[in-house]
Design a protein around this ligand. Sequence first.
Ligand SMILES: *Cc1c(COP(=O)(O)O)cnc(C)c1O
Length: 461
Amino acid sequence: MRYISTRGGAEPVDFVTACLTGLAPDGGLYVPESWPQIAPPRADEAYVETAARVLSAFAGDSIPLGDLQAMCARAYASFAHHSVAPLTELGKGVWMMELHHGPTLAFKDVAMQIIAQIYDYALERSGKRLSIICATSGDTGGAAAAAFAGARYSDLYILHPHERISPVQRRFMTMTGLANVHNLALEGDFDDCQAIVKSLFADKDFVAEVGLSGVNSINWARIVAQAVYFATVQAKLAGKARFIVPSGNMGDALAGYVAGKCGLLPEGFEGHCAVNENDALARILNTGEMKRHAAVETPSPAMDISVPSNFERVLFEASGRDAGFVRQTYEAYAQTGDVALPEAVVAEFAALGFSATRVSNADTMAEMQRVFDETGWLICPHTAVGTYEARRLARGDVATIVLATAHAAKFPETVKEATGADAPLPARCGDMEAAREVFERLPADLGTVRRYVQEHSGAGR
Ligand SMILES: *Cc1c(COP(=O)(O)O)cnc(C)c1O
């Protein structure tokens, strides 16, 4: 199993290299050279078994199946629900796939827990140590902290904008109590954090010196791990399923497409990206307009994305895997911030199974209230973007599955504002307010962060 770059200018690599590297050296994203065909899960197959089989098909010779089974068992032991992604019926023919039973109450745990296992496994064999860095405006940092806390061969650096993320989200990252998790609260906004991470990766000497690596939403192992829960739906519900995916960087929606390509969805993939007022993804998929916009504030901050990073992989597929076209498109976009994609490519997005619409802030808040009134359930604002679209798009001939991407308790202020109700943390989270938080407050300055990582990195040890 080999992985090639969407921009065609990098040597093919194996699964482990693709996962540990993140971006390909030519700036593209890794995709499998061809799509493995995988048998859909049986109704009685455990989630862990399905996950190991799917990962094994993508890992090829890099990791034996037995080792993947052990890693998946460890990764999903921390989930509060044995089926990892249970379905609950929201209304007639409309289901929620609950992806928030992991340690930090958001779907990012599903992938991050297994990635941490893969990193430890691969690094133990190579004798290397890595410095993993990520910028977060919310859920990614917590999921990474929970997964990598105590990892034997990685140091984790999480950059978050000081006092600009919710206290619950901050606590998930800052209270692990483990020495290999470093939280940097930067005196700036999320874009400043992201710009620093980008500059650090562009510095090839620094990357080599500290063994810099990333676990952001373009990491291929994350996509594969997420394809697993799409596949499990088929074993639970007969007939075709249409997925409504609250989307930001499009990792989750892409994972559904991957499941379809590998034969895991025998009835085919249909995925509707529900986006918030930061609607770049809906514009691209509907009109082909790739245009840079400033992000606006919404009740669903994990979806406040102005350039959906995984779209590059969708563009690669929609263009018939034309790496030259993808490279030119992204070069033009980097220069002008404004590219119009050809009509034939836009038509292909729909042919691949993708569609998208935007949900306003007001509709999102009203939807949280409506679900609470009708069912007594509190849902998170990201999930609400999805359920709003599910009601509008539900059809008799398919099951409509909304991905519930986070637990309401992760966004208590927004939930209270929308519904008037309190969303308490589940008991398994313990008393988070009493836990000791550890973070370093630093200026949002490239040199300062660079020095901090150098001083704390175990790569040279
Ligand atoms: C990350 C996130 C999303 C967006 O997922 P993508 O894979 O980036 O499209 C949606 N909801 C929540 C709660 C998230 O944390």
